[in-house]
Design a protein around this ligand. Structure first.
Ligand code: UTP
Length: 292
């Protein structure tokens, strides 16, 4: 089975849910505690063994490339001013992994973003990570890669979602597919429904921004017509893939934050702040003093 070596991070969106903060800066660069959002996804890729990251950008997204580039003046300044640890922190960001960039010309949906990476991915399986979803805990992308590398079938991460929030997710219709390695975490997908009303949702399992897909997905992406609301969704192409080639849903253990949404961003900031080794305890003590 082919190894998964590459990951595509769509980061060309307009970030309208986070206006006005995203008027002149990429949503993916908003800092959660001390790192821009997209760095969390890049670190998940590195921890998963991904060797090549393809970031899909667009107009106004140059800060993302600058962030993952080397910064010799800044490094020199920090060295010369007795801050070698900070210099090393800055240096490591550009050395984590190999980065490539491609631009999405017409911004609209995540499907077009993934398709923009077709040439750079080539004829091999790849991961997709939505740049504004942070998932805490064991790297979910690694688990999806394991499923693909063992079974040859694509896999997407899902999590149990409260009924009232299902309309914000792609929701899967599945049958359990117990496996000796992954137990009851693995399900076969029959269908996917984008943002269903709670009474129409086929399950409570929502798609959570992590995918490992075979290269044939590009054919489905290129063929899919605009769906509900005129948007072309990744979900539509995944539905075709599931029916024609098979697709697994993998129920992961960690906790996810949609930090591209204001409330999700606040929750991520508080919870990751509490886990911070440097000031987590002090932050916890502070939160206890906040009148609720
Ligand atoms: P979102 O829907 O969360 O991002 O897409 P958005 O479109 O920027 O946000 P809102 O809804 O307007 O607030 C998830 C990921 O897909 C990327 C985004 O940058 C984000 O990281 N995306 C979205 C693209 O790369 N291209 C697009 O056309 C749309």
């Amino acid at each position: 089975m082919q190894k998964v070596r590459k990951a595509v991070l769509p980061a060309a969106g307009l970030g309208t849910r986070f206006l006005p903060a995203t008027k002149a800066q990429p949503k993916e660069m908003l800092p959660v505690v001390d790192k821009p959002l997209i760095q969390y996804t890049v670190e998940e890729c590195v921890a998963s063994g991904i060797e090549n990251i393809i970031i899909v950008t667009g107009r106004g997204k140059n800060a993302i490339e600058d962030h993952f580039d080397s910064a010799p003046e800044l490094e020199r300044f920090l060295e010369e001013h007795g801050q070698p640890e900070r210099a090393e922190l800055v240096r490591q960001i550009s050395k984590m992994v190999h980065f490539s960039y491609t631009r999405q010309r017409a911004v609209g949906d995540d499907q077009v973003a993934v398709l923009a990476a077709r040439e750079l991915v080539g004829d091999e399986p790849f991961a997709v990570l939505l740049g504004d979803v942070i998932i805490n805990g064991r790297p979910v992308t690694r688990s999806l890669m394991d499923v693909y590398e063992e079974t040859g079938v694509g896999a997407i991460a899902v999590e149990a979602v409260h009924r009232d929030r299902l309309r914000l997710y792609g929701v899967v219709d599945t049958k359990p597919a117990p496996h000796q390695r992954w137990g009851d975490k693995l399900h076969r997908i029959h269908d996917l429904v984008e943002k269903p009303a709670p009474e129409e949702a086929p399950s409570n399992l929502g798609v959570t921004g992590r995918y490992v897909l075979p290269p044939v997905i590009f054919d489905y992406l290129a063929k899919t017509e605009p769906g509900s609301g005129g948007e072309i969704q990744l979900t539509d192409a995944l539905r075709h893939l599931a029916r024609a080639e098979g697709l697994y849903a993998y129920v992961f253990d960690g906790k996810s934050y949609d930090a591209g949404d204001k409330l999700g961003f606040l929750k991520a900031t508080v919870e990751l702040g509490l886990e911070n080794a440097e000031f987590g305890d002090e932050f916890r003590a502070y939160l206890k003093t906040v009148p609720l």
